[in-house]
Design a protein around this ligand. Sequence first.
Ligand code: DOR
Ligand code: ZN
Length: 335
Amino acid sequence: MEITLKSPLDMHLHLRDGDMLRTVAPLSSQSFAGAIVMPNLVPPVTTKDSLLSYKERILEATKGDVFTPYMTLFFKSTYDYDFLADFGDTLTAIKLYPAGITTNSEGGVSGFELDTLRPTLEAMSELGLPLCIHGETNGFVMDREAQFVPIYEKLANAFPKLKIIMEHITTKESVEALERYENLYATITLHHLLITLDDVAGGMLKPHLFCKPIAKRPHDKEALLEVALEGNPKVMFGSDSAPHPQHAKESCGCAAGVFSAPLALIALAELFEKHNALKKLQNFVSNNAQKIYSITPAEKTILLKKQPTLIPAKYGNVVPMLANEEVLWSIEQIR
Ligand code: DOR
Ligand code: ZN
């Protein structure tokens, strides 16, 4: 059995910088035609200079591959229309983090008062720049995302022309909110389609499955699967592949992040086939994102075949999801 994917896109990706960038970027650029690159470097990407030089380093690290890094800025409520307009099409979206909610988010926003956010969000609406949000409050860890839904709704109501992407959704509540607002969209990760909190902490603790937002309950996973597998146009694939060195994961104080980029496409093929939904995979990994973001990626064709791949124990010093396990599909050809 085979399937061809045209220009797959990863709409939420952490590429890091330096040696880590050089290790992980080719593992995405080989099989994806493009990716939305997260700005949570240290310090975060907040200026045109830092965005353009980061993009150059990514292009250097992915040289030889057909791959577009779609760049994002780290949200600040001080950005105004002129500042944002000056980026032209080098800027694809802006990522908003609540302060301190996850890795390198200390400089994020500490409140969601409309008066504070309005100037930047109005400028983004006018420029057609999507707003990507890490939607978690600082409440109880299992409830953080559901508690954030009213904030999504408030923003969606106040800025109806602004496209708001609910990043890496993990709950039934988020799926339901998507359907209520025309301008709400979402990315869904591979790991949140495969695991629940039981897989992370139900037996021996699995640090390589620990991430933010934490994996939730079985009925949440079912709700995510339903919209992904039907190719629902409001959702798109975003791996949230977030590499950390092995010592930072296997330590007292485990860093949040699942590294899934190298195996994402073959594991998605296995999942979609298992649910008789292979025909919808193209929507989930590319077509929906192209429409939501109004982008046309370079042409790249990936032929996947039902033939097992053994996932390596490590890539450099990073342990991937499904390390040492077999995925039932493999990449046969990249054109
Ligand atoms: O698990 C996560 N890791 N969630 C995030 O939101 C950030 C990411 C990272 O940068 O490591
Ligand atoms: Zn992320």
